[in-house]
Design a protein around this ligand. Structure first.
Ligand SMILES: Nc1ncnc2c1ncn2[C@@H]1O[C@H](COP(=O)(O)OP(=O)(O)OP(=O)(O)O)[C@@H](O)[C@H]1O
Length: 306
């Protein structure tokens, strides 16, 4: 028999009074994969994760974590699941190194705490009490505590929020290492670049509902678009008439142009030839794929970070 997926959610609903925080979420997260829950503030990401962690019960729907019930089987799941909370949960006076060694001592076969501190750039802070660590250092220590026990499944709620670029990269590498070791990672993020970089599957949530899910490539599709900057007010209708049927062109904001359609070498040549014949010098001319940000905007009509 094949083992169950790491996380299986079916038609999950959770209400807080009049607010429906989670409104029928279904998803699967396989072992050895990274799943990103991507959505704006208040989308229901944290509530969904807290239900998986057994901290909250859904009103309706089912949740299985490593094939078990996160509330009823909490004791069995504890050594197998790593949890990183948005707000640490570490005593303020605990020194970073001692705390991590203490957490490690609860597990049968933990990672070496000193190695983990090194990987997360915390070696120099090993003797620093938790409350004296910077916000980003506290966050990395919470991450270390979530993974030190070699869990099979890890929940990371906004693991890189507020981290500087170096710490962000260290966190990303750690997540990639977990995946390589066969661990299932479920993380929440507002950052589409993080989801695109890390996730095997992205679940886009908005107002408690899953509005799209798939691999980043499936969600963004194969479509390309051409963007450039030039002086405002170019005659787009005229440019469009030179392009293949089915192309679209828009200027938004002023001086920023976007051409969509079948972006082939011929289309690029037509655009640059048209610009040359009209004395237009383009800047930042580039061809790119749609981003998850574009996808979110299309699905909801709103920006991801609004
Ligand atoms: N304990 C609570 N009591 C009442 N309402 C709550 C509670 N927790 C969350 N909510 C509400 O439920 C909705 C979803 O919140 P949730 O924290 O799950 O979203 P989120 O996607 O994690 O947002 P963020 O990115 O800001 O963390 C929000 O409208 C929030 O205000």
């Amino acid at each position: 028999m094949t083992p169950p997926d790491a996380v299986e959610l079916d038609a999950l609903v959770k209400r807080y009074g009049a607010t429906t925080a989670v409104d029928g979420v279904s998803l699967r997260a396989a072992r050895g994969t990274v799943t990103a829950l991507l959505g704006p503030n208040g989308a229901g990401k944290t509530t969904t994760i807290e239900i998986c962690e057994g901290y909250r019960r859904p009103d309706t729907g089912t949740v299985r974590v490593l094939g078990l019930d996160p509330v009823r089987d909490a004791r069995a799941l504890r050594p197998r699941v790593g949890v990183m909370l948005q707000s640490g949960g570490v005593p303020g006076t605990a020194r970073a190194g001692e705390f991590l060694r203490l957490v490690a001592s609860f597990y049968a076969d933990p990672l070496e705490p000193a190695v983990l501190l090194e990987r997360l750039g915390l070696t120099a802070q090993a003797r620093t009490p938790f409350r004296r660590l910077s916000g980003g250092q506290q966050q990395r220590l919470s991450l270390a505590a979530a993974v030190v026990g070699r869990p099979e499944l890890v929940f990371l709620d906004e693991p890189t929020a507020g981290l500087d670029p170096q710490a962000r990269h260290a966190t990303w590498e750690l997540v990639e290492g977990l995946r390589a070791a066969g661990v299932a990672v479920i993380l929440t993020t507002h950052h589409m670049d993080e989801a695109e970089r890390l996730a095997d599957r992205v679940v886009v949530v908005d107002r408690g509902r899953v509005v799209a899910q798939g691999t980043p490539a499936e969600l963004t599709g194969a479509e390309r678009q051409l963007r450039f900057r030039a002086r405002p007010g170019l005659g787009l209708d005229e440019l469009l008439s030179a392009l293949p049927v089915g192309s679209a062109a828009k200027e938004s904001p002023a001086g920023h142009y976007l051409i969509e359609g079948d972006v082939q070498p011929g289309l690029l040549a037509t655009v640059t030839a048209w610009c040359a014949s009209h004395g237009v010098l383009t800047e930042d001319l580039r061809i790119e794929r749609r981003t998850l940000e574009d996808v979110f905007l299309e699905l909801t009509g709103r920006e991801l970070r609004s």
